[in-house]
Design a protein around this ligand. Structure first.
Ligand code: ATP
Ligand code: MG
Ligand code: MG
Ligand code: MG
Length: 469
């Protein structure tokens, strides 16, 4: 059985042997892209290399990239714990060609890796190509020996990648595995494609055009390759399980949760263990990259993730701060591949402990209110926006925490009314208060970080800098 750490190094070694520079993951906070909340794909750190604006000393590269898809364009937060394949934080393994090789070599490299190195059975595999990409279809026929039934043509934007309204773009080809008729769902492109049976695990992007303006697309003289393979999904496939949460790494994290809350997962509670394990990773990696919980922007996304996990710990019966006790397991599992986790371990633990201590003061009372206000509601009905806002404003419940709490019963939240209440409060606050809590936090955080480095214990500074919750 290949563990997650072994799969990561097999991938990087394979592409290194094929001449690619092994480039470290970039930060989860994108350096030169103010439009992007978090790094959400391997290509993000290479954007300017693809456009030609930046030169690197290599023309092919491979990475294991830290990604977060919570907030912004790609937001998988609501899927987490409920689908077998989505995380807020995950690792995207990729290989890149900057005007070097193109489709034939990209497909050949991918095919040989999955069938020879990873030993996947070709008869379980199938691919999609963009509807008019005859070239890719012909290559899959030749390299993989697939007949046309296993090369599914998709004409939607799902299979056509664009960097933005202008810039490099091109067709995709995605690799799927059939996990067998025991699982629900149809092949890609079918009406029930969202089931678990057919799992997408690798996306190959063929950047061959430049969109110069709407309706005007030119062929790039030196087309490029960008690929993304989900490490957690690959691990599930290679370990013979149909959920990322049953892989070695997640089992270790879920065991740590079980130990911390004092009881093992059961069918009715397992989603909570998964959410906690997932959100622990997102929290730890975001803090290690300099994000701290706050009231706006990235800091607020982090706070939402942390608090949501904390509610699930409460659901599992824990009445004391719990999340920080899981950090050593995570650092043991992932620290060797990501030394920044080891350097920031104390900061991660203290930030979690502080946030959980603070949130615990209102969590129980908030949950009691949520309980009594939703008691008479049934599936399909909405909690009032006023109640959701009180929970947010007085008890520190992010809206999506309230939504998540009601989801299992099929109850929603009147988000329009929530928005109205929020606007009203903002107008009142604007008159009374200059500047935002987060700005203050971030200023202090970066000042202290510059002085001491992210590994120093920052608990007290954080607390005093962040009076507003
Ligand atoms: P899906 O359709 O399953 O949501 P996607 O098409 O949005 O995936 P891509 O943008 O193509 O994903 O990303 C490349 C690869 O990264 C995917 O094939 C998958 O293996 C992995 N991946 C994407 N999103 C997630 C996630 N939220 N958690 C774990 N792995 C992911
Ligand atoms: Mg997706
Ligand atoms: Mg997809
Ligand atoms: Mg995809």
């Amino acid at each position: 059985m290949s563990g997650v750490n072994e799969i990561r190094s097999t991938f990087l070694d394979y592409f290194a042997k094929a001449g690619h520079a092994v480039v470290p993951s970039s930060s989860l906070v994108p350096k030169n892209d103010p439009t992007l909340m978090f790094t959400n794909a391997g290509m993000v750190q290479f954007k300017n290399v693809f456009t030609g604006a930046e030169k690197r000393p290599y023309s092919t590269a491979t990475t294991a990239q830290k990604c977060v898809r919570a907030g912004g364009k790609h937001n998988d937060l609501d899927n987490v714990g409920y689908t077998a394949r989505h995380h807020t934080f995950f690792e995207m393994l990729g290989n890149f060609s900057f005007g070097d090789y193109f489709k034939p070599r990209a497909i050949e490299l991918a095919w040989n890796l999955i069938t020879k190195e990873f030993g996947l059975k070709p008869d379980r595999l199938l691919v999609t190509v963009y509807a008019d990409d005859d070239e890719a279809a012909a290559l899959w026929r030749k390299i993989a020996g697939f007949d046309d039934k296993k090369i599914i043509r998709i004409g939607t934007s799902d299979n056509f990648w664009q960097m933005g309204d202008t810039g490099p773009c091109g067709p995709c080809s995605e690799i799927f595995i059939d996990q067998g008729p025991g699982l629900a769902g149809g092949p890609p492109g079918s009406p029930d494609e969202d089931g678990d049976r057919f799992l997408e695990f690798w996306n190959l992007v063929f950047m061959q055009y430049e969109q110069v303006e709407p309706g005007n697309r030119l062929a790039l003289p030196r087309p490029s390759i960008d690929t993304g393979l989900g490490l957690e999904r690959m691990a599930a496939i290679l370990q013979g399980v149909t959920s990322n949460y049953e892989t070695d790494l997640f089992r270790a994290l879920i065991d740590a949760v079980a130990h911390a809350v004092g009881r093992p997962p059961e069918p009715g509670t397992v989603a909570s263990y998964r959410v906690i394990a997932d959100h622990l990773r997102a929290t730890a990696f975001l803090i290690a990259d300099g994000v701290l919980p706050g009231n706006e922007g990235r800091g607020y996304v982090l706070r939402r993730i942390m608090r949501r996990a904390m509610r699930h710990a409460e659901l599992l019966g824990s009445r004391e701060p719990t999340m920080f006790r899981l950090v050593p397991t995570l650092v043991r599992e992932m620290g060797p591949a990501y030394p920044e986790l080891m350097r920031a371990e104390a900061l991660i633990s203290e930030t979690l402990r502080l946030e959980e201590t603070r949130f615990r003061r209102t969590l129980e009372r908030g949950l009691a209110i949520l309980d009594s206000e939703s008691r008479t509601l049934t599936a399909g009905q909405n909690l009032s926006g006023e109640t959701a806002f009180t929970l947010y404003d007085t008890y520190g419940f992010p809206l999506d925490l309230t939504q998540d709490a009601l989801k299992a019963r099929g109850i929603g939240v009147d988000t329009d009314a929530f928005g109205v209440a929020m606007q009203r409060q903002k107008q009142a606050a604007r008159a009374a208060w200059q500047g935002s809590g987060e700005a203050a936090t971030e200023t202090v955080w970066f000042a202290v970080k510059d002085r001491a480095g992210a590994s120093e214990f920052l608990g007290y500074e954080t607390e005093s800098a962040e009076g507003i919750v």
